[in-house]
Design a protein around this ligand. Sequence first.
Ligand SMILES: Cc1ncc(COP(=O)(O)O)c(C=O)c1O
Length: 382
Amino acid sequence: MQINSREEKHFAKSEEAKPLRIKDAEGSYLISEEGKRYIDFSSGWCVGNLGWKHPQIDEAIRNFKGPTYIYPHFEYEPWFELASLLSEITPGKLTKCFRATGGTEAVEIALQAAMAHTGRQEFIAIDGAYHGNSIATQGLVGDSPFFNWKKLKPPLTEESLNDLEKLLKGKKVAAFIMEPVSMNLDVMIPKAAFMQGMQELCRKYGTLIIMDEVATGFGRTGKLFATEYFDIEPDIMCIAKALSAGAAPIGATLLNKEVGKSMQEENYPYSTYGWHPLSVAAAIASVRFFQKHWDELQVNIQFMNEYFQQRFSQMEFKKTPKMNIMGMAMHLDFGKSDYGEKVTERAFKKGLILAEGTTLFPALDIDFETAKAGLDILEKSL
Ligand SMILES: Cc1ncc(COP(=O)(O)O)c(C=O)c1O
């Protein structure tokens, strides 16, 4: 099928789609309209962490008998259940939870909460990061005509703390936001000393810490939340993507008690579809699955992490990559060369999907046979 040449009169998109029209998805496989099966090492960019159409989550959706819709001003018991589950599984003292439809909205709520709590209106983010597609979140990451917020240059080491302190000193910054391990910056892992120093500086200058776990959350890096790798306590955390394992749109902003109180007093965000009943059913099923099976998942992540690294070390790349690997987040960096893109393209033609920029985000519960078959294709694509 000539997808790219087909005239698409009404559907707008910002970039050329891959020539793959999805008909179905199951486990670590995507199935095209022609019936071709692709091994999926991208998980829709950290969404399908449990593989697609996960039996327990699929069942929760199919058996869902609740209401079609809940008006945000009413009450709904599963909202309280999900909020308390999230507070239970997230690190630190994040006891308050706001409803969101996805990652961008979760980050927007986080920014609003930080402004409400501190009375300040500036933010610091990591240069080149990504936190969403709204005007405010775009202002965190690039040059926006509306919000040109401060940027801290990576890599994030002890030396970066001087630059951070310069940005914080004026006491105008409401919050410092980052992914604890940056999926959007090629699986960039900050130094523990940076994270520790960053927390001390933020506390010293009255700036809140927002951890954006939209992509890292729910096991991607080998901990349930990547924040757990560091000795820090965020004031706010954003989650979405794998929260429902890809079964329905949902996001959440978790806040500590004090920030939650300021937000409730100042500006309670209204979200028409925030925590739609079906999405909540999917999220509860997914969180409960993580709670029950986290030990087994961790064993698989550890095994696969070693297996992938062993295979990479045996592959004959034309250009040796620098590898950033944490849990099931893996990036092969070929520098300025376009070799990585070519490998990704060749692998795609042979039936293996990698995430953009030779990044691999396989499902956390991928089985050995599928992992081996995918890596064999990768090897043949070099
Ligand atoms: C770290 C991070 N934050 C926020 C977002 C925005 O999430 P969404 O696309 O659900 O709005 C993304 C999306 O890729 C992300 O990777």
